[in-house]
Structures are given as C-alpha cells and as structure tokens.
Write a protein that binds this ligand. Structure first.
Ligand code: SF4
Length: 372
C-alpha cells in the first residue's frame, strides 16, 4: 500500500490499520497532510465544536511515588495542600453558575485510598450532584481505587473517570514506577470503572525515555481494545525533583520535537478511533508556552488553563474569557487563558479539547461551543 493509501484508509474507516501502519501514521513525514486528514475526520465525526469543562485540582497529596511525577510522595520540595469540602463544592457551583456555566467539572487530586479520603470524595461528589442535578457532569481523576470505592462514588453522582494507563507497555511502565506499582492493577482499575458504569477516560505520555513508535501505536490499539470514551494524553516533560527527570531539561528543538510528537499522537488517535473525545493536555499547553511553537503550518493551541500541580494554593481553574476572575489568576495562567478561546478554534490536529460554555462563540464563527 502506498503511503497515501494508509492515510486514506485511516480516514475512511476506524480501527482499519495494522500496528505497522499505525506506527507509520505516527511518524508520517508530511505533518500538514497528517493534521489535515485528522481534522477532516474530526469535523466529520464530531463537528466544529469544542467542549470546555471546569477543572478543580483540590489537592496535591499523594500516596504513590511514580518516578516522573512532581507530586510523588517522596518529593519534599512540594508544598502540599488540600481544599476543604466547602471550598470544592463552592468552586463547582461557581463553575456551573456565576456566569461560567460549564456543563461539567473534573475533580482531581493525588491518589489517596484510606476510608477518610474515600468518604471525603464521596461527600463532595454527593453535595455537588445534589446541588447541580444530573445534567451537570462530574468527572473524577483520583487514581487507583477498589471497585467498591468506584461504585460508591458513582452512586454518589459521578459520571466519568479519568485514569491514565501512562503506557500500554508493562515493561516500560515498570521502568517508570517503583516495584510496588502494577501495570496490571492499573489496567484492571480501568475495567472496574467500566463495570461500575462510568464513561472511562485514559491516556499516555509520549516521549518517555525508552519508548518506541511501536509502543505508541500499541497505546492507540489499547484505547480501542478497552473501548475508551475519552483520551487525555500529553508529552512527557521531565520534572527536576523526580528520579526520572533529575538533571534533564527540555528546551529548544527538543521541546519542539516533544510537542510535535504529542500532536502527532492526537492526530493518529483521531485517525484510528474517529469519534472518541480527545482532551487537550496541560503538558501540551506548557510546551506551547515554552516553545511558542508553530508546528507545521497549522497553528494549534490547547485549551486547558490550570495551575501547576505543585502550587500551594488551589482554586477553580475554569475561567471565562474576559472574566474578572482572570485578574486573580497568576499572570502566566491568566495569559494562557486569554489566548485559549481564539486559538482553540484554529486547532487543526484533531483534538477535541475539554471545557466549554454554552452559546459562546469564538472569533472563528465556524466553531460552536457547547456543554458536555
Ligand atoms: S502520577 Fe498520580 S499516582 Fe503517581 S505520584 Fe503523581 S499524582 Fe500520585
């Protein structure tokens, strides 16, 4: 099959490519052609719309020690925080009402498994659900838990759950985590979430040390095999206070390449899965800000606007363009958000970014913004 034949085959039919063809797609030499094909599938399958959601990172305390993560429990340089239940519920209310009007919130924190933490999350989910009703989506991203815990949170009112597999390769996973972290356990959590009735999201990091294009192609096959509803993936960015990232930095051409790989993965995922939701990861946004990159001739910008996981203060990070609340954001976050809406509309790599307001229109009038 000719190269062009692979692109056409991918755009025509979901799940149509072999592993080798999928790897060829990720490495596609003509970046513009790749993005253009992915964007056409995105428009055909989803339409010209982007969904915005409010993200509340309510704590950065974590029991685990993933070797790449800035908030791993062994990192003594992090100032830890956790918002109170009242603060979290008020933030969700603000995301829904008070002029923001988002259709859903994502509640995210480090992984905590004790009964007190489980009950804490259950309480805030129930309170948000009782206040906002079933139309207001609640997504959780609280790590690996027992199936019973997932069920409790679901019954309290949660709708969706995001648990990134990070890589579909168990051997690579083992190099990124301490020995007591299990790839199989993580995969089983994803399956438990499905059994509990959640819409399930997962994702990976691209650009990991030792990761191959075949690994990345297998990651996309993993999304298909597990029938994943939403993908949240982004480039690996070394963190200096971690075993994996110590002594490394990502700048210049290396950063641009890492960003490009992240966008290639979004495009290839769109071309393989067609109608899946694909979130804009903050790691992509961070690299955009670092590199000021134009990738190919297609300007692409991500949507998320959230504060660093290592910040000591926590706030709702769902801000509407032009909102006075922007004034209260750190300068970098506010600047990022100001650029988000207009640039989202020019997204041409096939992502379906998260977080959006009903009825709002971007400068690109062909794009509609809706609740989800
Ligand atoms: S990646 Fe998640 S589970 Fe691992 S240390 Fe970071 S917050 Fe905790």
């Amino acid at each position: 099959m000719s190269d062009d034949g692979i692109l056409e085959k991918a755009a025509t039919k979901a799940h149509a490519l072999t592993r080798g063809e999928l790897a060829a797609l990720i490495d596609w030499p003509d970046l513009d052609a790749l993005f253009k094909a992915a964007y056409a599938v995105k428009l055909r399958e989803i339409g010209p719309r982007v969904s915005l959601r409010g993200l509340i990172e309510f704590g950065n305390v974590c029991e685990k020690d993933c070797l790449y993560c800035g908030i791993r429990k062994s990192n003594a340089n992090v100032r830890r925080y956790r918002m109170t239940a009242d603060e979290i519920v008020a933030a969700a209310k603000r995301a829904k009402d008070a002029g923001y009007g988002y259709g859903s919130v994502v509640l995210q924190s480090g992984e905590l498994t004790g009964e007190a933490s489980v009950a804490f999350a259950e309480d805030i989910v129930r309170r948000i659900h009782e206040d906002a009703g079933d139309e207001f989506g609640i997504t959780l991203s609280l790590g690996e838990q027992t199936e019973e815990t997932y069920r409790r949170w679901k019954e309290a009112g949660a709708h969706r759950y995001l648990l990134r597999i990070e890589t579909s390769n168990p051997e690579l996973y083992a190099k990124l985590h301490p020995a007591n972290h299990s790839w199989e356990a993580r995969r089983d959590c994803i399956r438990a979430l499905r059994r509990c009735g959640y819409q399930v999201g997962t994702g990976i990091m691209s650009g990991l040390p030792g990761q191959t294009t075949d690994d990345l192609a297998a990651d996309i096959e993993f999304f298909a095999a597990e029938d994943i509803d939403m993908i949240g993936m982004g480039p690996y960015i070394p963190h200096p206070d971690t075993p994996l990232g110590a002594g490394q930095s990502l700048a210049g051409d290396a950063a641009k390449k890492r960003l490009e790989l992240g966008l290639r993965m979004i495009a290839a995922t769109r071309l393989y899965l067609h109608d899946v939701n694909i979130a804009a990861a903050t790691a992509l946004q961070a690299l955009f800000q670092t590199t000021g990159a134009n990738v190919g001739s297609s300007q692409v910008q991500m949507s998320s606007c959230r504060m660093s996981r290592t910040r000591a203060t926590a706030r709702t990070i769902s801000y509407t363009r032009g909102s006075p609340a922007l004034a209260r954001l750190p300068t970098s976050a506010a600047a990022a958000w100001r650029g988000v809406s207009s640039r989202l509309a020019k997204n041409r790599c096939g992502t379906r970014a998260e977080i959006r307001r009903t009825g709002e229109r971007d400068e690109d009038r062909s794009w509609a913004f809706g609740r989800s």
